[in-house]
Write a protein that binds this ligand. Structure first.
Ligand SMILES: Cc1ncc(COP(=O)(O)O)c(C=O)c1O
Length: 375
């Protein structure tokens, strides 16, 4: 049977009970389950605020927008980011007419603080750090660098659901942390995400912006009496970015299993590591010493990546690539050549199948096939 890169596992019966509650109550939109999930997420992460969204892409946009608004950044402002990410990270900067400046990656495929420091100018206002595959790389050094240079820090934690650093959920040192609960992430729904601002006012503005700039949501209005219900104000030209109760219903169930699921992912990664540890042609991407990765991805580097992908497909194994150097895309090509390590990695990396339905014999088969064709 074909072995896919990602296959989400849902606790179907439990999800259906939660969804049924929404349907019977007649409340599928913002509020009700979204509020419950936000509370549970705050408990799980220890963050002071959490706002449930329809995607991490929306969250990244809001993080950039709100920090720009609140700190009066002009349109010459720059944000330092990574070329080795999903384009959402970098599009968020462009949505606000700011300039993405790319810093190169390190051995963890995360942003290298040495290159970040080199790329800081008078125009730099913030850094976006992406925890690629759930790994936190040199995040702590990036935190220090941001403090020293008075820069805002946005953590794209789309892959980091459940990641710990020194035993704790990282992010309290950032200004905004964004998670993705898209269909194939570690906490899968269908499409949704979470934004956690550390600052209370930022969180309050965010809640208005996710519902068209209206200063009171329908759920809180539903308990108001009579004419007052409709007397809300509109403060911003906001967006339709909030999450809904059906997605939150699924997320509430998935959250209960997140740490157990991630423990199994860790086991899969261990089996891969064991399988590859004597192979000279295959380089595995290390996890930072203090990081307990969510293991969203298992990435290897090989010299014949494209041929290997084809050979694996012939053997009914379907890996992926995370990511292609974003400066290869027309939109970001102005920065081509500025991040040589990313450009080189981008030609060599491959993500092997990583999901809860895989068994030891699947990993053995993948390892054996990769070793056979890797150069
Ligand atoms: C690093 C990274 N950032 C942002 C996103 C966007 O997430 P979403 O699909 O929830 O908008 C993704 C999704 O794949 C991602 O991998």
């Amino acid at each position: 049977m074909a072995i896919q890169l990602f296959v989400p596992t849902f606790r179907v019966e439990e999800c259906l009970v939660e969804i049924r509650e929404c349907l019977e109550k007649g409340w599928t939109g913002l509020g009700f389950k979204t509020v419950e999930f936000e509370e549970k997420w705050k408990e799980y992460t220890g963050f002071p605020h959490a706002h449930f969204l329809n995607s991490a892409t929306a969250g990244l946009h809001l993080a950039v927008k709100i920090l720009k608004m609140r700190n009066d950044w002009d349109c010459e402002s720059e944000i330092i980011t990574t070329p080795l990410t999903f384009v959402s990270t970098n599009h968020a900067i462009l949505y606000e007419n700011l300039k993405p400046v790319f810093a190169d990656v390190d051995q963890f495929l995360c942003m290298n603080p040495i290159d970040v420091e080199k790329k800081i100018t008078d125009k730099t206002k913030a850094v976006i750090f992406v925890g690629v595959g759930g790994n936190t790389g040199q995040y702590e050094k990036i935190v220090k660098l941001c403090k020293k240079n008075n820069l805002k820090l946005i953590l794209d934690a789309s892959h980091m659901t459940g990641t710990r650093v020194n035993g704790e959920i990282p992010g309290k040192e950032s200004d905004a942390i964004i998670y993705s609960f898209q269909a194939v992430k570690n906490l899968p729904t269908a499409d949704s995400g979470m934004i956690c601002f550390i600052n209370k006012e930022n969180d309050e503005i965010c809640r208005k912006l996710t519902w068209l700039g209206i200063n009171k949501d329908t759920y809180s209005r539903s308990s108001d009496k009579g004419a007052y219900k409709w007397k809300y104000d509109v403060e911003y030209s906001g967006y339709k970015y909030h999450g809904n109760s059906i997605m939150a219903a699924i997320a509430l169930v998935q959250l209960k299993y997140l740490d157990i699921d991630n423990a199994y992912r860790k086991q899969l990664a261990y089996w891969y590591d064991e399988g590859f540890n004597k192979s000279k042609n295959i380089k595995t991407v290390p996890v930072a010493d203090n990081c307990e990765s969510s293991r969203h991805l298992y990435i290897i580097e090989v010299d014949n990546r494209d041929e290997l992908l084809l050979a694996l497909n012939e053997s009914e194994i379907y890996p992926g690539v995370h990511y292609r150097d974003n400066t290869e895309y027309g939109l970001y090509s102005y920065a081509k050549g500025t991040c040589p390590v990313s450009a080189q990695k981008s030609e060599k990396i491959m993500s092997l199948p990583m999901h809860l339905r895989l068994k030891k014999n699947d990993i053995d088969y993948i390892v054996k096939t990769v070793i056979k064709y890797a150069q």
